[in-house]
Write a protein that binds this ligand. Structure first.
Ligand SMILES: C[S@@+](CC[C@H](N)C(=O)[O-])C[C@H]1O[C@@H](n2cnc3c(N)ncnc32)[C@H](O)[C@@H]1O
Length: 195
């Protein structure tokens, strides 16, 4: 009797499988976002257009070479990388993202832009020593590790713009303070003098 019931449940589930697929995909997407948020301590929150405008303005004033290589550390859903590609059409924007869902979506979003590439993985494992500029929007916790990473990687004088979470032990060269809850952006010339 119990076996018959189970067979019915299985048969019903098999019949209904196509309608379960979107739900399974949505649950997997949420679980993957939560998992990678837990691993990195950084949620995939995209920067707003006002925040992006501040980052672009700071970089414009930083006198980048025409064909600058700009790394976007933790490029999320690709919003900042796309805005940088538009603002600096001769530059090469290289995003690095560890969380699979934002990574895959950002790959789709940037496919029209010849000057953007998005790589999958942990940016701490990537060689960014050819950077002419770096941008990031992370969280308080990873910032000390990020500054040591940049100390090892970057050429002297490389502009680094960090959104909302600043390198608290380094001297800021220029900043844009967002009003209200909007995060401010800080520009450093690496290795910025310790304060
Ligand atoms: C707050 S979001 C910002 C996204 C994007 N930069 C923007 O401004 O729209 C930060 C992203 O960094 C990614 N991230 C955090 N630590 C990382 C690491 N070590 N390597 C690669 N990506 C990382 C997270 O998965 C998240 O998607």
């Amino acid at each position: 009797m119990a076996d018959k019931k189970w067979n019915e449940v299985i048969a019903y589930t098999m019949l209904d499988l196509p309608s379960l697929i979107p739900m399974i995909m949505a649950v997997s997407l949420c679980l993957s976002i939560l998992l990678f948020h837990g691993l990195t301590g950084v949620p995939p929150v995209p920067s707003s257009s006002a925040e992006i405008a501040d980052v672009v303005e700071l970089l414009r004033n930083a006198d980048l070479p025409k064909r600058a290589i700009i790394y976007e550390l933790g490029s999320g859903w690709g919003s900042m990388a796309i805005a940088l590609a538009r603002a600096f059409p001769d530059a090469e924007i290289r995003g690095i993202e560890i969380s699979p869902a934002p990574y895959l979506l950002s790959k789709l979003r940037v496919r029209r832009f010849e000057n953007v590439t998005i790589r999958w993985g942990n940016f701490f494992d990537h060689d960014v020593s050819d950077a002419d500029a770096v941008t990031c929007y992370l969280m308080i916790k990873p910032m000390p590790k990020v500054s040591s990473f940049l100390d090892h990687m970057l050429k002297d004088g490389t502009p680094v713009v960090s959104l909302t979470f600043w390198f608290r032990d380094r001297r800021v060269d220029a900043s844009r303070e967002g009003p209200g809850l909007r995060g401010g952006a800080a520009l450093y010339y690496w290795p910025a003098r310790k304060v």
